[in-house]
Write a protein that binds this ligand. Structure first.
Ligand code: HDE
Length: 694
């Protein structure tokens, strides 16, 4: 055994199979889980140097056993996620509407843990499938944990929890063949959807650019269901929760998403991690959409139906506070994987509504945590434990870590007069409602209009966004092999918008457009809501984005200096892409290190690009397929492209013509002009030049 004195560097000498010596830098001694010091972590215990391994080797057995059990069942949905710590800061007191303690005092911060996720894929699937994103936030308030477990889309596929297993089975990998992974483009999903007209509104969102976000930092979030706020006097106001990203919303284009998944599996996870690690903290604003029962009754649809949203133009949003994520997890498993969200975690002053989907969720999440985390004591895991005092008489169970004292584990009692008691004043009181009626298995008549809001969404999009929806539907349905499913789906789309159905039918090569299916309630047309479009409210900013500069030896120092200055001033990050990772020699013969090689840094990973080779370098790059793709993809993905004179042969090889987003950089003004173009985020007007739409 090597010495173990604290703070002294210890180097236990352990032999390897090859007889070499391994020096361990750690200052503490390696031990088993029982604290027994380990002398050799390289070889198992054997009967003779070439003999069998001995069962007696408790060090080996413990290590392997622990390893064998490292995985816990992944979440059945939302398995792939990325999390971060942060805080919620209240900006306006909501005392008028709720007694919730964390919503009373402006300026007060509540610690939070947020987890973003995709829904359909497994824990190790890609970050950019076409999918809904989970947006779950655990507020560790002084009155207990409040979990706002939402999505980046304000409506859902189904109206009743009893359909959730069917929905999820249909979208997951097909059970016989175990593919496709993390993809809705297959028969079972569209079979189910085409038979479930209530899903049509959600389908419009899922086929829109909302389902392929540029960054988790650039998504909106929604609580989806109607909730209640309850004030000190017991008065209730309905509320819907909305998160708005400070960086604005942004999405990628589908072709780009496919290529990002190949180039960087962890695109979103890495982006979130790097932003937080570099102090560029992601931020959202929380808004409440507040309304009374009387207002709800006049809307013309049921606010308990989770396939409906309330347009902001009808009921405005009230700003409440901001969410800042400022700390990465220390350990992915202990925090992001073990965090157990539960919509039933609610604090006094907030209450549920009778939305039948929400009601089912109140049951489901606790159940899933029991199976996933294996014990009712999951609330003792640090990430799940409330940060306020917690007292009750629940005891024992697997993996209990707290050690309660004394003989009293029941209530009422006299033997422990100071032990916890119920508190009618401070305690959670359910808002009293008169909910009585015949026991029925029915869907309310008020939920029967399945198409009006699907039409509202489609008609609120820009023509370019509508093209994307049409293309997404054509792509997905083209991978459905059963022709009857394709036809049934197009029939349903006929109720949303005849032109949409016609275009999808055309894109699928159908000889004629199938007639619209018979809706339960004929749809009506609502006034378009610009707030439902990403493009209509896109921020012209480079903040939080990445600009890549493709260079060769001889790159002009002035261009690099100008870019470094201007890109930083715009709040973005400049990265250098070069033929070799060691970098290039600038025009002044100084070395410019590279962040990516051309192979490892395709333009899909960046928001705008500059092509700045020397004259000689430009001709060489024109013969390099990866360089041609770099430029062609940036153009096809509608990005700003800055270029020096040396880039001419490469632009020609990529077939790039004149375009407002293609900006020559010649001297100082050129860099500024490029950055101004890059702030436009995307050049949607270019799209018809590069992509046809059915
Ligand atoms: Fe979930 N959902 N869900 N869901 N959900 C889960 O809980 C469920 C629904 C959402 O980052 C599971 O811990 C049912 C709507 C998020 O850990 C499970 C129904 C919305 C997350 C479950 C729904 C969501 C989940 C799986 C229909 C948006 C990830 C693992 C009644 C408002 C949370 C887990 C995280 C996770 C059940 C519908 C959001 C199985 C039964 C609607 C963000 O309990």
């Amino acid at each position: 055994m090597a010495g173990t004195k604290k703070n002294k560097s210890v180097e236990p000498k352990t032999s390897r199979g090859n007889g070499g010596e391994l020096h361990q830098a750690s200052a503490t001694t390696l031990t088993t889980n029982q604290g027994i010091p380990i002398s050799d972590n390289q070889s198992s215990l054997r009967a003779g140097a070439r003999g069998p391994t001995l069962l007696e080797d408790f060090v080996l057995r413990e290590k392997i056993t622990s390893f064998d059990h490292e995985r816990i069942p992944e979440r059945i949905v939302h398995a792939r996620g990325s999390g971060a710590h942060g805080y919620f800061e209240l900006e306006a007191s909501m005392a008028k509407y709720t007694r919730a303690d964390f919503l009373q005092r402006p300026g007060e911060r509540t610690p939070v843990f947020a987890r973003f996720s995709t829904v359909a894929g497994g824990a190790d699937s890609v970050d950019l499938p076409r999918d809904v994103r989970g947006f779950a936030v655990k507020f560790y308030t002084r009155e207990g944990n409040f979990d706002l477990v939402g999505n980046n889309i304000p409506v859902f596929f189904i109206q009743d929890a009893i359909k959730f297993p069917d929905l999820v089975h249909s979208v997951k990998m097909e059970p016989d063949r175990a593919f496709p992974q993390a993809a809705s483009a297959h028969d079972t999903f569209w079979d189910f959807i085409s038979l479930t007209p209530e899903s049509t509104h959600m389908i419009m969102w899922a086929m829109s650019d909302r389902a392929i976000p540029r960054s988790l930092r650039m998504i909106e979030g929604f609580g989806v269901h109607t909730f209640r706020l309850v004030d000190k006097k017991g008065k209730s106001t309905f509320v819907k929760f909305h998160w708005r990203p400070k960086l604005g919303m942004q999405s990628v284009v589908w072709d780009e998403a496919l290529k990002i998944n190949g180039a960087d599996n962890d695109y979103h996870r890495k982006d979130l991690w790097n932003a937080i690690a570099s102090g560029d903290f992601p931020e959202w604003e929380l808004f409440f959409q507040l309304f009374t029962e009387a207002q709800a009754n006049k809307l013309g649809f049921d606010v308990l139906d989770p396939t409906k949203l309330i347009p902001e133009e009808l009921i405005p949003l009230t700003k409440v506070g901001r969410l800042v994520l400022d700390r990465n997890p220390d350990n992915f498993f202990a925090e992001t994987e073990q965090v157990a969200f539960c919509p039933a975690n609610i604090v006094p002053g907030i209450d549920f509504s009778n939305d039948p989907l929400l009601q089912g969720r109140l049951f489901s999440y606790l159940d899933t945590q029991l199976s996933r985390l294996g014990s009712p004591n999951f609330h003792e895991l640090p990430i799940n434990a409330p940060k306020c005092p917690m007292h009750n008489f629940q005891r024992d169970g697997r993996m209990r870590t707290t050690v309660p004292k004394g003989r009293v584990n029941y209530e009422p009692n006299t033997l422990a007069p100071d032990s916890a008691r119920e508190n009618r004043e401070a305690g959670f009181r359910t808002f009293p409602t008169l909910d009585a009626g015949d026991k029925l298995r029915v869907r309310s008549e008020s939920f029967a209009d399945h198409y009006t809001q699907a039409r509202l969404f489609f008609q609120s999009q820009t023509p370019s966004e509508q093209n994307h929806i049409v293309s997404a539907l054509v792509f997905e349905l083209s991978l459905v092999e059963t022709l009857a499913v394709r036809e049934r789906m197009v029939s349903n789309l006929g109720n949303v918008d005849p032109d949409l159905a016609r275009r999808v039918a055309h894109g699928l090569g159908m000889p004629k457009v199938p007639p619209p299916s018979k809706p339960a309630v004929p749809p009506s047309t609502m006034k378009p809501s610009p707030a439902l479009s990403i493009q209509k409210k896109m921020k012209e900013t480079l903040e939080g984005r990445m600009v890549a500069c493709l260079v060769t030896d001889g790159v002009d120092k002035a261009v690099i200096d100008g870019l470094q200055r201007e890109v930083k001033a715009a709040g973005a990050k400049l990265v250098i892409v070069a033929p070799r990772i060691g970098g290039v020699l600038r025009s002044d013969k100084q070395r410019l290190p590279a962040d990516f090689t051309l192979q490892g840094g395709p333009s899909v990973l960046f928001d705008a690009v500059v092509i700045a080779p020397s004259t000689d370098g430009g001709s060489k790059l024109a013969r390099e397929a990866a360089a041609v793709d770099f430029v062609r993809d940036a153009f096809g993905h509608l990005k700003a492209i800055g270029h020096t004179a040396g880039a001419a042969p490469l632009l020609a090889a990529a077939g790039i013509g004149r375009d407002p987003g293609v900006v020559p950089i010649d001297g100082k003004r050129g860099v500024a002009a490029f950055v101004a173009a890059a702030k436009k985020v995307r050049f949607f007007a270019r799209e018809p030049m590069v992509r046809s739409s059915p």
